[in-house]
Design a protein around this ligand. Structure first.
Ligand code: ADQ
Length: 457
């Protein structure tokens, strides 16, 4: 393939290993850039008094990054506003939290135009352009307006909502139409893909042809389901390294013979943390005999603290964990260890491995990489059990997990009880099937599959 220009809201500093606190997406994009060469462009995360479009370059581990600074107003309206207060809740089916403000939409458009102006000179003839996520939906159209004829792909990392929900967004049709500027548009699952096809055909009047090709006027776009994976080989290696082993040992020692249930999530209302605490509380109520045999470690580093709904979920969870611990704890046991910190990935791998259950209960999630990391970190001889929400994109692939409806506290309580009692032979059988998928459909598979679609389009 030709050189690659990757564009995403934030650009992670390249690292040579998994020891940094990097998310799966960063690892995936870095892997793509290492293979093809090119540049990764985005917002620096920094503010500037006046936008200049001046680019800051860095080099490291074979990857070039190019970033620009944004003005306060851009950050408020584009990032905190339209991206995180409008699109994020809406695309996670939370129209009760979605804020529809003209100022946010205008700021989103203006900032995407600024990105287009800045990145335009970096795109050479023959380069393939790959744009990531909901922050940048209209960027492709802005680049076309600036004369970019290159192959361009877009990947959405979050769900695409059902047609009727999306229709509540002012100018939803205009936003969805901008996706026709791309040659390929990718979603994690068939479900999100079908929702997009439904919107495109019924609301925009597009026609759907062979191979997922949608036609609208003189533009065609290939829309595909292309589930992201983790860097499985590297994660398995990380889980066997010294930091992982130390973390594993520390957790086992502090567990004092009890079974650990683990949850690891950005502190976000989409992750179903309230429902998780309620499901776990239900388990404690219904199984007094098992109470002191387990504890829940919930790791949830705060995110997007400038947005009110995130401050609210944080205080709700503080109160819930306090209430549940107050109601059930004893002098030598607390049911929930609630931690608001991030950890290096290899330490996380050790923690996952020490847990008898991985409890992953989002109400909606584009994919959910924590579920895959939990599986990859397990001991093949004595693996833990993954309990996974049906509403995570990952549930389309990880069908051998214990799949649950996170809105039902009863179902979650039953699943915890069942997983704790699951015979080793069944745990191994389920784990092997999950691991087969995670090994085959890893992040390199995702990247290659998307790139192949882009080349074929
Ligand atoms: P996220 O919503 O961030 O990603 P997820 O896929 O679970 O969700 O990825 C989170 C990443 O952050 C994981 O790699 C995890 O290990 C890491 N992480 C979480 N808590 C951590 C902690 N305390 N310390 C260190 N690391 C931590 C979005 C979409 C998802 C989609 C991904 C990729 O919302 O649905 O799977 O993009 O497309």
């Amino acid at each position: 393939m030709s050189r690659l220009v990757v564009i995403s809201n934030r650009v992670a500093a390249p690292t040579g290993s998994h020891s940094g606190a990097q998310g799966g997406l960063a690892v995936a994009l870095q892997a793509a850039l290492l293979e093809h060469g090119g540049v990764w462009f985005g917002w620096s995360g920094e503010r500037t008094d006046e936008y200049t479009g001046e680019i800051n370059y860095t080099e490291g581990f074979g990857v070039t990054t190019a970033t620009i600074d944004l003005e306060d107003q851009d950050i408020e309206e584009y990032y905190d506003g339209y991206a995180n207060r409008t699109l994020w809740p809406l695309f996670h089916y939370r129209i009760d939290l979605a804020e529809y403000e003209r100022g946010f939409a205008d700021g989103y458009q203006r900032t995407n135009e600024r990105f287009a102006d800045s990145v335009r000179p970096l795109i050479g003839e023959g380069d393939a352009v790959w744009i990531q996520d909901y922050h940048m939906i209209p960027l492709g159209q802005e680049l076309r307006k600036r004369g970019v004829k290159n192959r361009m792909g877009f990947f959405l990392h979050i769900p695409w909502p059902p047609r009727r929900l999306l229709s509540t967004l002012p100018h939803a049709a205009e936003l969805a139409t901008t996706l026709f500027a791309y040659d390929v548009v990718g979603f994690h699952t068939r479900e999100w893909l079908e929702s997009f096809q439904d919107f495109a055909t019924k609301e925009l009047g597009a026609t759907l042809g062979e191979g997922g090709v949608l036609t609208l006027g003189d533009r065609t776009v290939t829309a595909i389901a292309c589930p992201i994976g983790i860097d499985t080989t590297e994660f398995v290696e990380a889980s066997r390294g010294v930091n992982a082993r130390l973390a594993y040992r520390r957790m086992r020692d502090s567990a004092d013979g009890r079974d650990m249930i683990v949850g690891v999530d950005r502190l976000d209302y989409s992750k179903g943390l309230e429902e998780r605490f309620l499901g776990y509380e239900r388990f404690l109520e219904e199984h007094p005999d098992q109470r002191k045999e387990v504890f829940l470690l919930q790791i949830a580093p705060p995110s997007r603290a400038s947005v009110e709904s995130y401050r609210k979920i944080r205080s709700t969870l503080d109160a819930m964990s306090g209430r549940i611990n107050g109601a059930f704890a004893d002098t030598d046991w607390v049911p929930i260890r609630y931690v608001n910190q991030g950890y290096p990935r290899d330490v996380l791998a050790g923690i996952y491995r020490a847990a008898k259950i991985g409890l992953v209960t989002p109400l909606r999630d584009g994919m959910n990489l924590v579920a895959k990391e939990y599986v990859a970190a397990q001991d093949p001889e004595d693996p833990g059990v993954l309990i996974l929400s049906r509403f995570a994109g990952a549930a389309e692939q990880l069908t051998q997990a214990v799949l649950i409806n996170p809105y039902s506290a009863e179902e979650m309580a039953d699943a915890i009880s069942m997983a704790l009692a699951m015979p080793k032979a069944e745990r191994i059988e389920r784990w092997r099937a999950l691991m087969d998928n995670i090994e085959q459909e890893d992040v390199l598979w995702w990247r290659d599959r998307f790139a192949a679609a882009l080349m074929a389009a």
